[in-house]
Design a protein around this ligand. Structure first.
Ligand SMILES: Nc1ncnc2c1ncn2[C@@H]1O[C@H](COP(=O)(O)OP(=O)(O)OP(=O)(O)O)[C@@H](O)[C@H]1O
Ligand SMILES: O=C(O)C1=C[C@@H](O)[C@@H](O)[C@H](O)C1
Ligand SMILES: [Mg+2]
Length: 155
């Protein structure tokens, strides 16, 4: 969470001249704020909606930014196994300055939870990643350009 998937993903897509899809934004557009979905229906319900959004997005020819927990779904793990997956990492110190916790229900108790969640998920993120970029200390535009350059060389 807060690594820059949405902001950097959008710029990577623009640089590669392909469409951009953010699965969180699609869910919000259809069902309203994520905090409300978590509060009213619970996390498992959110994960089901998210899985549907991810499946639809991965059928498109696009740069897709996933929600931070999308990879928890086993079907998404399977789908990503043969895709180009860019892992964005960030240090706890850098993310503390970025995250507005009120928009992220899983961080309602503060950024201390961020590290715990990251540590829990790290093996999944790293297993699925084709390549990894750290976003802690460079501007968004610069990181996006490095990723787009990598992608052009990779395909
Ligand atoms: N390299 C960067 N340098 C400084 N600020 C950044 C950088 N990347 C992202 N940010 C800022 O951090 C915040 C979170 O970025 P963004 O929403 O893109 O993260 P995310 O990975 O999509 O998070 P989530 O998992 O919650 O969807 C934004 O306010 C963004 O402007
Ligand atoms: O890391 C997570 O589990 C989440 C990250 C966000 O992108 C949203 O999908 C939601 O707040 C849950
Ligand atoms: Mg995002």
């Amino acid at each position: 969470m807060g690594a820059g998937k949405t902001k950097i993903g959008r710029r990577v897509a623009r640089s590669l001249a392909v469409p951009f899809v953010d699965t969180d934004k699609r869910i919000v557009a259809e069902y309203g704020p994520i905090t409300g979905i978590f509060a009213e229906q619970g996390e498992p319900a959110f994960r089901r909606l998210e899985r549907d959004a991810v499946q639809a997005a991965l059928a498109e020819d696009a740069v897709v930014s996933l929600g931070g927990g999308a990879v928890l779904h086993p079907d998404t793990q399977r789908d990503l196994a043969d895709r180009t997956v860019v892992l964005l990492t960030v240090t706890a110190a850098a993310v503390a300055a970025r995250i507005r916790t009120d928009k992220r229900p899983l961080l309602a108790n503060g950024t201390g939870d961020w590290q715990r969640i990251y540590d829990d998920r790290r093996p999944i993120y790293e297993r699925l990643a084709t390549v990894s970029f750290d976003t802690s200390s460079e501007p968004i535009e610069r990181i996006a350009e490095r990723i787009a350059d990598w992608a052009r060389g990779h395909s």
